[in-house]
Design a protein around this ligand. Structure first.
Ligand code: GLU
Length: 479
């Protein structure tokens, strides 16, 4: 049986690119080992969770192609995959620990604990307050307001072997009796995560290094329940360019932002995978290559710094290379960006012919839609400066003749058109550039475009002729 791994986002916003990196590593491991990738929504903090956020996170995962075999929308044998719907299970588990004397109700009020903390601070400003265990042996009175605390052992150590960080040993004397259920009855993260990871049969927990400090408490809980501890892998962090926590202040951190910016899913994943994982000097990977190459031995401990420029370069590389973004995928991906420009009904065949002409220069799908615009807009949007500078009376007869050549060409292909124009310009001793520039403005509305004859062939004979004639008319009238 392959591994069972999970991604467990708290739905309090969009999918952060750091979260996407964690999801990716889990997904890759499941995919490469014939395992199961589970998605679980950790929404016990009702104040911070929202359904919109769940939607946004699932949409981003789907867009990235990180499909899950169990979780929201697809279901599975261990549902519900929303923690807010699993409260009876947490309650039962906690009751079991209390009955066995491994956890206890604590009636200390916040005010009492604050006063103790303040008194300690007065005595020793540097000391760390540790709950003194006041209620450890107090009479149990479930009717009174209380939290539930875990009875941490005081001797020995809690150990686990992390697949990335190696052996982690934590002396139990530093472990306080941590809270596992809040006064309002809601379970806290460590408890809910352990109960669920066990119930869902998770065999490997892979998550950001920021959770490594929670792991000893989770290991203590597994031991208290008498459950087998899963394997753990903590992943290095994605930091800001300055080396602090990466946040909105430094860069766009939502997967959605990159989708809107016109990056492809693999452009995003390829950049993210390099945070913690590498395969020699290779920079660019196809999805199946990642699945083939991914393993924990290649995951390293060094945090990485987010580099927006590098990200853009990787994303461009994916967009540019047909072996990474095949034509049909490119066409599908660019359609929404065309639609946003009012070009939603671009014909498939024209789009397929047009994409290769702009691929080399469009760094994002947003730029691609701009570059493709004139293929689908009739008449093309005419740059006023180009018009004033290039569509002058002297250009009119040249454009008219070019329209004639197009109309008469027996074969409307790049080479025959090029040849016909060459014969004409040589005979009449016209400089090619004197024809090319007005023709470019006529056909595309711009002074920069792919090769003239490529553009003509994509537009087809009728539209090319119509645009050249319309431009000849404008040029004539501009005197
Ligand atoms: N809900 C936690 C988070 O979003 C999950 C941590 C874990 O994977 O255990 O950080």
């Amino acid at each position: 049986m392959g591994p069972r791994v999970r991604f467990a986002p708290s739905p309090s916003g969009y999918l952060h690119i750091g979260g996407a990196r964690t999801a990716l590593f889990n997904w890759l491991w499941a995919k490469s080992q014939g395992g199961v990738f589970v998605v679980r929504i950790e929404d016990t903090d009702q104040d911070r969770s929202s359904l919109e956020s769940v939607r946004a996170i699932l949409d981003s995962l789907t867009w990235l192609g990180l499909d899950w075999q169990e979780g929201p929308e697809v279901g599975g044998p261990h549902g519900s995959y929303f923690q807010s719907e699993r409260k009876p299970l947490y309650r039962e588990s906690v009751e079991q620990l209390i009955r066995q004397g491994k956890a206890y109700r604590c009636y200390c009020t916040k005010e009492e604990l604050d006063a103790q903390r303040a008194a300690l601070k007065e005595r020793d400003p540097k000391a760390q307050f540790v709950y003194p265990g006041t209620c450890r042996d107090r009479k149990d009175e479930p009717a009174l307001p209380h939290v539930v605390r875990f009875k941490s052992p005081k001797q020995g150590s809690t150990d686990f072997v992390d697949k990335v960080f190696g052996e982690i040993r934590t002396p139990n004397e530093v472990q306080q009796d941590f809270v596992i259920v809040r006064t309002d009855g809601y379970p806290l993260y460590n408890l809910a995560a352990v109960v669920d990871d066990h119930a869902m049969g998770i065999t490997l927990v892979a998550r950001g290094r920021d959770h490594i400090g929670n792991t000893p408490q989770q290991v203590l809980l597994y031991q208290a329940f008498g459950w087998e501890t899963p394997e753990f892998a903590h992943l290095p962090m994605m930091l800001s360019p300055k080396g602090d926590k990466l946040s909105k202040r430094h860069a766009s951190v939502g997967v959605q932002d990159y989708r809107e910016r016109g990056y492809t899913p693999m452009g995003v994943l390829n950049y993210l995978v390099r945070f913690g994982w590498s395969a020699g000097d290779q920079e660019i990977f196809a999805r199946d290559e990642l699945v083939r190459l991914f393993d924990w031995a290649r995951v390293n401990r060094s945090d990485g710094k987010f580099d927006e420029k590098k990200f853009a370069d990787v994303a461009f590389e994916h967009l540019k290379r047909p072996e990474l973004t095949p034509l049909d995928e490119y066409a599908r991906a660019v359609r929404p960006f065309l639609a946003a420009r009012g070009l939603g009904d671009a014909p498939d065949s024209t789009l397929a012919a047009a994409i290769p002409t702009i691929r080399e220069r469009a760094r994002t799908l947003v730029e691609a839609a701009v570059a493709l615009d004139y293929y689908f807009r009739d008449p093309p949007e005419l740059d006023p400066q180009a018009r004033a500078k290039v569509l002058v009376p002297a250009a009119a007869p040249l454009l008219a003749t070019l329209a004639e050549i197009c109309r008469g060409a027996s074969d409307f292909g790049v080479q025959p058109l090029e040849e016909a124009v060459r014969v004409w310009t040589e005979r009449e001793q016209i400089k090619m550039k004197d024809v090319a520039q007005p023709a470019r403005v006529a056909l595309t509305g711009r002074t920069a475009s792919p090769g003239l004859f490529e553009v003509m062939v994509v537009l087809g004979r009728d539209r090319s002729v119509a645009r050249l004639e319309a431009a000849a008319e404008l040029a004539r009238g501009s005197a």
